[in-house]
Design a protein around this ligand. Structure first.
Ligand SMILES: Cc1cc2nc3c(=O)[nH]c(=O)nc-3n(C[C@H](O)[C@H](O)[C@H](O)COP(=O)(O)OP(=O)(O)OC[C@H]3O[C@@H](n4cnc5c(N)ncnc54)[C@H](O)[C@@H]3O)c2cc1C
Length: 324
């Protein structure tokens, strides 16, 4: 017997969408781009429910704007827009890079950042965690915000409130990349990397975002590191970040990062790759990026020193020319 055709609702605002979800509970789902839901329905991982709540007309979920010290990204923003928007590309490049690494352009044109977050294992999440993103929810008639890291942590025990609607993702501007990458207080760095058997279409082995700063005295500052990939719910590593705060930016710091990640990361295995393999990949990727950041900074410092000593020699040579 063919499956019954689901009813489709088109709420015009967030409260209306939430009311519908509360009324129909598990018999209805929110639909944004529908790319993940469709895959789940086709694979038989999830049943097509009796009702679909189409979010495309919900105005509160649209747009990107700076507001209250954050870049607020509407949950309906497509991954293509996240990749191309100058506000994201220039200030939150790890998120733009994450969006580029998800699926192929036709999927990215439909897929939304909200749907990616709600998948709980989406490849945008490590970048969002590294930027200390906050999630803004419509919960009944109230609007609440919560750190993305806290939401993911609680999600491990099952969804906190399956009826609430994600409105926007807020990225604090203080986490934004300063112009030219130089915070005026040392050199900032950041990397996003997705490692997999293929770049897109199959779940990744490891997806990682790392950012931080090397201060004028050559010490690591404000390191933020998040990892996920495959079926692993992404997470930050506060203990590791604490250990690296103020550490000399040298090979010892790289070794410490590698060791602590091996100790603290517990990825989920899948039929293709063991948890141990994923853990080692994560530690190697993180260590190699930190090593590169340190080397780049040393290279720049040496180039700066050389330029300065050339500048200092020039007046002496000019003086010698005049008196000679
Ligand atoms: C070929 C292909 C390749 C893919 N490759 C990748 C990949 O490399 N990396 C990756 O991370 N993902 C990948 N995906 C999965 C998917 O496309 C993305 O996660 C996408 O961002 C989901 O967004 P969506 O708008 O399509 O979500 P939808 O399918 O509409 O929804 C996903 C889930 O989120 C819920 N939801 C959606 N919006 C909201 C909201 N505002 N509030 C509350 N709940 C909401 C839905 O109810 C549903 O449970 C791939 C999918 C396909 C088909």
């Amino acid at each position: 017997m063919p499956a019954p055709i689901p009813a489709v609702w088109h709420p015009q605002n967030a409260e209306e969408a939430c009311r519908l979800k509360r009324r129909f509970g598990e018999d209805a789902v929110y639909v944004s781009g529908g790319t993940l839901l469709r895959t789940q329905w086709e694979a038989g991982d999830r049943q097509v429910p009796a009702g679909l709540i189409d979010l495309t007309a919900v105005k509160e979920l649209r747009g990107l704007e700076e507001e209250g010290g954050a870049l607020a990204i509407g949950a309906l923003t497509t991954l293509t827009a996240c990749r191309r928007e100058p506000g994201v590309q220039n200030r939150f490049p790890l998120l733009a890079e994450a969006a580029r690494a998800i699926a192929a352009p036709p999927v990215r044109n439909l897929a939304t950042i909200g749907g990616n977050v709600l998948s709980e294992v989406g490849d945008s999440l490590p970048a969002l965690l590294a930027y200390e993103a906050r999630l803004e929810w419509q919960q009944g008639e109230e609007v609440r915000t919560q750190a993305a890291a806290e939401w993911l942590e609680r999600t491990r025990g099952g969804p906190e409130d399956a009826n609430r609607l994600l409105l926007r993702i807020r990225l604090p501007l203080e986490a934004a990349e300063p112009d030219g990458g130089d915070g005026g207080n040392g050199r900032t760095f950041g990397f996003y990397e997705k490692i997999g058997r293929r770049e897109t279409f199959v779940p990744s082995s490891v997806t990682m975002a790392i950012r931080g700063r090397i201060d004028g005295g050559g010490r690591l500052r404000d390191i933020r590191l998040a990892a996920g990939g495959g079926r692993t719910i992404p997470k930050r590593f506060p203990l590791l970040e604490e250990r690296l705060e103020g550490a000399a930016a040298d090979d010892n710091a790289v070794l410490t990062l590698h060791r602590l990640l091996l100790e603290q990361y517990a990825p989920a295995p899948d039929p293709f790759e063991s948890a141990d393999y994923r853990k080692r990949v994560a530690a190697n990727v993180a260590a190699s990026h930190l090593w590169k950041a340190i080397r780049n900074q040393e290279g720049e410092r040496r180039a700066g020193d050389a330029a300065q000593s050339r500048e200092q020699r020039r007046p002496m040579a000019d003086e010698a020319g005049r008196t000679g």
